[in-house]
Ligand binder design. Structure first.
Ligand code: MG
Length: 552
């Protein structure tokens, strides 16, 4: 067993307001989530990442916080959160909260005070300019929905900076009062028992917005500070950074010195890998993955990637070239309303892959065998679809489909009172896609997902071993990679096309190794695996452990 829980975890990302409603108001809540913990434990997830749970005007799905010390009353109370932490812990499940501190809501009392009174102690908690900044239309994050990054506030009689929407004024991280307050916020939730934080928009927190200062200059001492403080308060707490930055920059989010100890965030989302998994799936070629796995920045031994296929945001393809991005768009988002911000896709995974169970399983097998800790998004385990009639990223935030029943078992409220409509039409309706039906069907995606998680837990070398790619003389559609750890080695084969192939892996293991197939898309009929001649179905995958023949 490895020594750090997050290296063998399976994360599950939940939008609390869309998961389970307990009180019939049409909005999912913490008590509802508590009632579904047994389901999550049975699935095998070990850590829940909750999208923001704080009071908020909800103009950006809770990523506009108006009180960092509270719980959105629609979701429940602080008591409910404490109860969730306790109930989850009893099932071996940890809780991560979203830490959204690049900006506050413009309704946060700090910003209100800053606007209303030039002498307010909170004035300097935000970023102001008395004159119109010449670059105020540059650096927008949501093109098409956002036109500027500096907006004039009449009460304050000044311009304030907002990297995201105009209702999300950026906090001034050069102000030590801000730094101290946010450390108190983190300490507060750690005291309540959460296991750590998913740090929203980390690069933007670290950028220093000041007249005459290049925003590319980042202040990483903020991360140093957070790591020291959280570790002091709770020894096994973690920071998981959202940082979609070039590979050369990524190392700074986990270590102060390249190759040095892991003294900043413990975990990073693998954005580059994510985009290239989709490119490989679109082109049905292993090459983008071979290249990316070969070039993955080396993290300190205790740091860890977090892998994902889809998350709560758009599928961000901004790190691909135009040609690569167009290939992914053509394959998986052929219509304009499936795309967003010119760079991404607002769809869920199952529809992107044509609801083909073979391709869906291939994609998850790929994700789960990449270096890192996998993150699942709620509803992925049953293959939920999107609702493109909903605005922007709400398309992928529809209520969890528990049953073929009114409101999918999500709520007892009337349809018009639901936070977002339940999917009742088409191939992804609650009739065809729901937990209850899939629990009874041994061939369902849900049952398969549970199996995937169990097998992964039995193969710790995937999370912690040294990855490498075998790319000699293989068909273009085939990815073969392996992990080597003191416990043993594992070889993983994936066929990204629908054409059956035969793969020869002569010489990758000598005769002192005993190959053992632990997971595959179908029964390849070999208790003794012959590495010199391995058949692989279209969209097929095979996980083959190599163990010393004298080992148990
Ligand atoms: Mg409710």
């Amino acid at each position: 067993m490895s020594e750090r829980w997050y290296k063998e975890a399976v994360l599950y990302c939940i939008e609390v307001d869309s998961f389970q409603d307990s009180n019939g108001d049409g909005i999912g809540d913490l008590a509802g989530l508590i009632s579904r913990l047994d389901y999550l434990a049975r699935l095998g997830v070990t850590c829940l990442w909750l999208n923001p749970v704080h009071p908020s005007p909800h103009r950006d799905d809770g990523y506009d916080v108006s009180d960092y010390y509270g719980i959105d009353p629609r979701l429940g109370s602080l008591g409910d959160l404490a109860e969730l932490v306790l109930q989850a812990r009893q099932r071996g499940i940890r809780i991560l909260l979203d830490l959204v501190v690049n900006h506050t809501s413009d309704e946060h009392p700090w910003f209100q005070s800053a606007c209303n009174d030039p002498d307010s102690p909170y004035r300097d908690w935000y970023i102001w300019s008395d004159t119109e900044p010449p670059d105020r239309r540059q650096g927008v994050v949501f093109p098409g929905e956002q036109s500027e990054t500096w907006t004039f506030n009449e009460k304050a009689n000044a311009w304030y900076f907002h990297r995201f929407y105009d209702f999300q004024p950026d906090l001034n991280w050069t102000n030590h009062a801000v730094r101290n307050e946010i450390k108190k916020v983190m300490g507060f939730w750690l005291q309540l028992g959460v296991a750590g934080f998913r740090v929203d928009a980390a690069p933007f927190v670290l950028e220093q917005i000041q007249a005459g200062v290049d925003p590319a200059m980042k202040d990483f001492s903020i991360l140093d500070d957070w790591r020291q403080d959280t570790q002091w308060r709770s020894g096994d707490s973690v920071l998981l950074c959202e940082a979609n930055v070039p590979p050369t920059e990524l190392g700074k989010y986990v270590a102060a010195v390249a190759g040095g100890p892991n003294d900043r965030a413990q975990m990073l989302f693998a954005f580059q890998l994510n985009a290239r998994i989709w490119l490989a799936l679109a082109r049905q070629e292993a090459e983008p993955l071979i290249e990316t796995l070969g070039n993955l920045p080396r993290l300190p031994a205790m740091a860890q990637w977090c892998t994902f296929l889809r998350n709560h945001d758009e599928l961000d393809l901004s790190t691909l070239t135009d040609e690569q991005r167009n290939d992914v768009f053509r394959a998986f988002a052929p219509k304009a309303d499936m795309r967003i911000y010119g760079r991404g896709i607002r769809r869920r995974l199952a529809p992107m892959l044509g609801n083909d169970p073979r391709r869906i399983r291939l994609a998850y097998s790929l994700q789960f065998t990449m270096p890192g800790t996998p993150v699942l998004r709620y509803g992925e385990e049953i293959g939920m679809g999107e609702n493109l009639r909903l605005h922007g990223r709400d398309a992928i935030r529809t209520p969890m489909q528990w049953q073929n029943a009114p409101r999918a078992g999500f709520s007892t409220a009337r349809d018009k009172d639901l936070i977002r409509p339940v999917t009742t039409r088409g191939a992804y309706s609650m009739r065809d896609v729901n937990v209850e039906t899939q629990q009874r069907d041994s061939n369902s995606l849900l049952r398969w997902s549970g199996e995937l998680i169990r097998v992964l837990r039995e193969c710790p070398e995937i999370g912690v071993g040294e990855p490498s790619v075998i790319d000699a003389g293989l068909p273009r559609s085939v990815l073969v990679h392996r992990f080597d750890a003191p416990e043993g080695s594992i070889v993983l084969l994936h066929n990204l096309s629908d054409t059956q192939v035969t793969v020869e892996l002569d010489g990758i293991a000598d005769r002192t190794y005993r190959p053992l197939e632990v997971f595959s898309d179908s029964d390849y009929g070999a208790s003794q695996v012959d590495l010199t001649r391995l058949s692989l179905n279209g969209w097929g995958y095979r996980w083959i452990r190599l163990r010393r023949s004298n080992a148990v």
